[in-house]
Design a protein around this ligand. Structure first.
Ligand code: 13P
Length: 249
């Protein structure tokens, strides 16, 4: 059986105090799942606080991005090593907001993925089409190119340590979710592309869905055969909502 992961992407939300409150809310609630691993990705400045509260719990911690470089004169950047030292085990890479507002390309995301894997972090590589791309019938072209570009030259062993998140851009923060059938169709397409890279890795690699996942739509999405978890934005900022999504898994 493939791993299932429910991950919270907190984006630009969470002071240290807010992070501590949210982590305590998760620890005090029924946030443990028999089936799914649970992960939260606070902003960099709150990672250490989250890690120390969640140490020895069932909840892992991840970064929202990282540099492709090990170190150097790169103002504002964070390295894989730095994430590891504050207890992160995962890192989100190539989120559509990084692509849109920070001009990240598949090539850059690929370089970051290579660095993350070499450092021992699990990359969660995000792909997804815009509304215009979907409406012009280009979803598979766009997602296929993102998969090929971001996973380029990864060994089968590395692919087995990688997670992909399908996040249609039009569904992020809009309250519009892909129906379970729409999402499953793209997840199945991604799985087929992975099979072309390595059969065994394609079977193992979890593909998460992201884009307005809420307590009321999570079960339908997560019951699809190729949807192996969720990358949750807004709803992961409320302990009760995130717990409800974990329980839907
Ligand atoms: P929302 O759940 O707020 O739509 O955000 C999804 C997302 O971007 C997770 O990475």
């Amino acid at each position: 059986m493939r791993r299932m992961i429910i991950a919270g992407n907190w984006k630009l939300f969470g002071t240290i105090a807010e992070t501590e409150n949210l982590c305590k809310g998760l620890l005090n609630g029924k946030s443990r799942s028999e089936r799914a691993e649970v992960l939260v990705c606070p902003p960099y400045t709150a990672l250490a606080a989250a890690s120390s509260l969640l140490a020895d719990s069932h909840i892992a911690v991840g970064g929202q991005d990282m540099s492709e470089y090990e170190g150097g004169a790169y103002t504002g950047e964070i390295s894989a090593e730095m994430l590891l030292t504050v207890g992160a085990t995962f890192v989100i890479l190539g989120h559509s907001e990084r692509r849109q507002y920070h001009a990240e390309t598949d090539q850059l995301v690929n370089a970051k993925a290579v660095r993350a894997l070499a450092s021992g972090l699990t990359p969660i590589i995000c792909v997804g089409e815009t509304l215009e791309e979907r409406e012009s019938g280009r979803t598979e072209d766009v997602v296929g190119a993102q998969i090929a570009g971001t996973l380029k030259d990864l060994s089968a062993e590395d692919l087995k340590k990688t997670v992909v998140a399908y996040e249609p851009v039009w569904a992020i923060g809009t309250g519009k979710t892909a129906t379970p059938e729409m999402a499953e169709a793209v997840h199945r397409f991604i799985r087929e592309r992975l099979v072309a890279l390595d059969n065994e890795a394609a079977e193992m690699l979890p593909i998460l869905y992201g884009g307005s996942v809420k307590p009321n739509n999570a079960a339908g999405l997560l019951s699809q055969p190729n949807i192996d978890g969720a990358l949750v934005g807004g709803a992961s900022l409320k302990a009760d909502d995130f717990i409800a999504i974990i329980n839907a898994a």
